[in-house]
Design a protein around this ligand. Structure first.
Ligand code: AMP
Length: 216
């Protein structure tokens, strides 16, 4: 099953991806997570990406395309993939059309999560993440058992540098400008399902399952 999940920052891509990978047993590949891991490990890629990420700007397309192409050749992608946060520009989408064809894994379904700015602000400013294992929490909607500590590994939770109202606006503008055309690109081949992501997680996931059940 080859799936893309798309939506602005705070739309719930991470939460829905966790549910999808449990149900369908495919790897969740988030380009944001991969980049953050590179930044943490201070790799060459991480050093190049960091300034763009801190400013809420997109990392250059060629860097991202190469990173994804390599990742999809790993053995855990044999049954497919759930890509989160990629492709984010039309250039990436067109490059990925060639890459995915070349490796025999064309996109079968695009889940587009839709949600208004007011909901996004509340979700983004309350989000906390574990810098060690990547677990995601929300101070009101999904608090950790012990305040400020990760339930999984006990590390101190942090707020992402780009999870502020100012950066949200930059990321929303970037989304409208760069990523909406990607959804239109996939809509031409009839693989897009738009889902209202302001609803409760179980309701949103129900709509996602309906959409994925239609994959041939
Ligand atoms: P995310 O966790 O998906 O919100 O991504 C965090 C940041 O990583 C973004 O604001 C970008 O700076 C960078 N990033 C993630 N995915 C991509 C992509 N496909 N293209 C360019 N930059 C990306």
């Amino acid at each position: 099953m080859n799936i893309l999940i798309m939506g602005p920052a705070g739309a719930g891509k991470g939460t829905m991806s966790d549910l999808i990978l449990k149900e369908y047993d495919i790897p969740h590949i988030s380009t944001g997570d991969m980049l953050r891991e590179n930044v943490r490990n201070n790799t060459e890629l991480g050093k190049e990406a960091k300034s763009y990420m801190d400013a809420g700007k997109l990392v250059p397309d060629d860097v991202i395309n190469a990173m994804v192409e390599k990742r999809l050749q790993e053995p855990d992608c044999q049954k497919g993939y759930l890509l989160d946060g990629f492709p984010r520009t039309l250039v990436q989408a067109k490059a990925f059309a060639e890459i995915s064809e070349k490796i025999g894994k064309p996109v079968q379904s695009v889940i587009a999560l839709e949600v208004g700015l007011d909901v996004l602000e509340e979700r983004i400013t309350g989000r906390r993440i574990c810098p060690k294992c990547g677990a995601i929490y929300h101070i009101h909607n999904k608090p950790s058992k012990v305040e400020g500590k990760c339930d999984v590994c006990g590390s101190d939770l942090v707020q992402r540098k780009d999870d502020t109202i100012e950066q949200l606006k930059v990321r929303m503008d970037e989304y409208e400008k760069s990523t909406k055309p990607v959804i239109d690109f996939y809509a031409e081949s009839g693989v897009v399902t738009e889902i209202n992501a302001a609803e409760k997680p179980e309701v949103v996931f129900g709509h996602i399952k309906d959409a994925l059940s239609k994959i041939q």
